[in-house]
Design a protein around this ligand. Structure first.
Ligand code: PLP
Length: 345
């Protein structure tokens, strides 16, 4: 890895961040707060929330096995996807490399930030090699995006190739593990101390059942986390979200139950798809969704919409011709989907 300063935009490296009223007195005990122009009434929501979400990070630290200093929390993973561009990539000059197909936000954020996005096609098993990604890198390549389990393909990417990428790339490798709670593959979180160029993303939006509260996580070296903290909006995670997230995290048993039911349903739904005459292939999944190649994805998608059932039509995505991406729902939702597809003519 190049020195972090060399990878960082000069304006960000030298940035003096906004200093909030609450930052400045930090550490002392106080009981009269007349520093932030808040309204003294309507407690507790009259007060600005903790800008660094210390209490929430303590809980996440225990669950994820990563020290608080190595955790960034954001307004969904979306924020943690945008920040590496803003910290490391010079608009109009730098570029990033990513597997293809994958999650659409990596490219959207590249386009917004005016950063060249270099997609590298997966093979027919939806796998990649470090070599193929590195072959697309040059001296202006700052980030490599890897998503495992990958969206929309559903499979884990090769752990060995991810490690090889981390070892050989001079820039930063971001591994999005949004679906890792559904997978048996070892999380890259445990390798953080070994790879200073690694950022791992997790989210409350999938297994934790909290898409509405918008809480995403990034795990990385303290130096990268410090850069993110400097650039983020001061109060990027609101008080209601911090409270709800703590509540959810204290309910881990329930989440484990959800995951196990979803995985069981995934097996049942994938088997039902395999038996459908209109389904040509069901791809292996390590997530809470799977990809199925159909005889005519567009027509079947339209038919399902008419029945009030929405799946994701991925037919126009590279390597996903005639594919539908199906999220695992409740048992009765899944049965309704299969019932409708059996009636399809
Ligand atoms: C759903 C998803 C996320 C979650 O994004 P949030 O902004 O945290 O809701 C992140 N990455 C991938 C690949 C996803 O599919």
């Amino acid at each position: 890895m190049k020195p972090l300063q060399e990878l960082t935009r000069p304006n960000i490296w030298s940035l003096a961040p906004y200093s909030s009223a609450r930052n400045e007195y930090a550490g002392k005990t106080a009981h009269v707060f007349l520093d932030a122009n808040e309204n003294p009434y309507n407690a507790p929501y009259n007060r600005y929330p903790d800008p660094l979400q210390e209490e929430l990070k303590k809980t996440i630290s225990k669950i994820k096995g990563v020290p608080s200093a190595n955790i960034f929390l954001g307004n969904g993973s979306d924020e943690a996807i945008d920040l590496p561009y803003r910290c490391f990539c010079q608009p109009g000059i730098d570029n990033v490399v990513a597997i293809e197909p994958t999650y659409g936000m990596y490219k959207v954020c590249a386009d917004i930030n005016d950063i060249e996005y270099r997609p590298v096609l997966l093979d027919e098993h939806y796998q990649f090699t470090a070599e193929s990604l590195l072959a697309r890198c040059d001296n202006h390549s700052k980030l490599i995006w890897i998503c495992s389990p990958n969206n929309p393909t559903g499979n884990n990417l090769s752990y060995e190739e991810i490690v090889k990428t981390l070892e050989q790339f001079q820039g930063i490798v971001i591994v999005d593990e949004a679906y890792s709670d559904f997978s048996r593959q070892k999380s890259l979180r445990s390798e953080l101390s070994k790879y200073p160029n690694l950022i791992v993303l997790n989210t409350m939006s999938k297994a934790w059942g909290c898409a509405a509260i918008r809480l995403g996580m990034a795990f990385a070296s303290q130096d990268i986390i410090s850069l993110f903290n400097k650039v983020k909006y001061p109060y990027n995670v609101n008080q209601l979200t911090q409270e709800k997230a703590l509540e959810a995290l204290n309910n881990q048993m329930e989440v484990e139950k959800w995951v196990s039911v979803i995985l069981q349903e995934r097996g049942r739904l994938m088997e039902a798809f395999r038996l459908l005459p209109i389904c040509e292939a069901v791809y292996p999944s390590d997530a809470n969704f799977f990809l199925a190649r159909m005889t005519d994805a567009q027509a079947i998608y339209d038919y399902l919409v008419d029945q009030g059932i929405i799946v994701r039509n991925r037919t126009r995505i590279q390597l996903c011709k005639n594919c539908l991406r199906v999220t695992i729902g409740t048992r009765s939702e899944n049965s309704e989907l299969v019932g409708a597809l059996r009636q399809y003519k």
